[in-house]
Design a protein around this ligand. Structure first.
Ligand SMILES: [Fe+2]
Ligand SMILES: [Fe+2]
Length: 185
């Protein structure tokens, strides 16, 4: 297994959620009611798959190796770029969750706005973040890490994947994504 190819493939699934979020948000703007449970499912996919599963591999395996081995340019790119963006994503998901809770107990326009702002901010942030990783960060890793290191990243990622499979992380998340994409295409 090539871990960089696997992570690029995961980006495609995350971008499918970005589409779902935009489509669900457009429906609200066009007058549909806020489907709180669907937005909660979007948060669940974003947290379990995009953040814990995908960002987990980046932070604990690929980015760690890049920072250790590729010098100050890699440290700067990852610490001040990618990791900050992972955190911003977590912030928007938390704010989205809070707004959904408030809206559910007392529907109001201000929280509807907060839902759209934070859902849209997460979607835009992740789209730009993924573009940067596909075209700059991962290409940097693939070009500058030695074959030995790339192979050891692959074995660590394989273990990570197997442990997640045992907990049905990928299977559950992708099932949820399928349901959401069917509903919001
Ligand atoms: Fe990332
Ligand atoms: Fe990524």
């Amino acid at each position: 297994m090539n871990s960089i190819d696997l992570m690029i493939h995961e980006h495609k699934n995350i971008l499918a959620l970005v589409e779902v979020i935009r489509n669900a948000s457009c429906r609200i703007l066009e007058g549909a009611s806020v489907e709180v449970d669907d937005f909660r499912d979007m948060i669940t996919f974003a947290r379990t798959y995009a953040d814990e599963h995908h960002h987990g591999k980046e932070e604990r395996i690929l980015f760690r190796e890049m920072m250790e081995r590729l010098g100050p340019a890699a440290v700067k790119l990852i610490q001040h770029g990618m990791l900050v963006e992972h955190d911003m994503g977590r912030f928007h998901l938390g704010e989205l969750e809070n707004a959904l809770e408030r809206y559910e107990s007392a529907p109001n326009t201000r929280d509807k706005l907060e839902i759209l702002i934070n859902a849209g901010s997460w979607a835009n942030l992740l789209q730009r973040h993924i573009d940067k990783e596909d075209n700059v960060v991962y290409t940097f890793a693939g070009r500058d890490l030695t074959d030995d290191i790339l192979r050891s990243i692959d074995s660590e990622v394989e273990i990570f994947e197997r442990q997640a499979e045992e907990k049905f992380i990928q299977e559950k998340a992708l099932k949820l994504l399928k349901e959401l994409t069917e509903k919001y295409q």
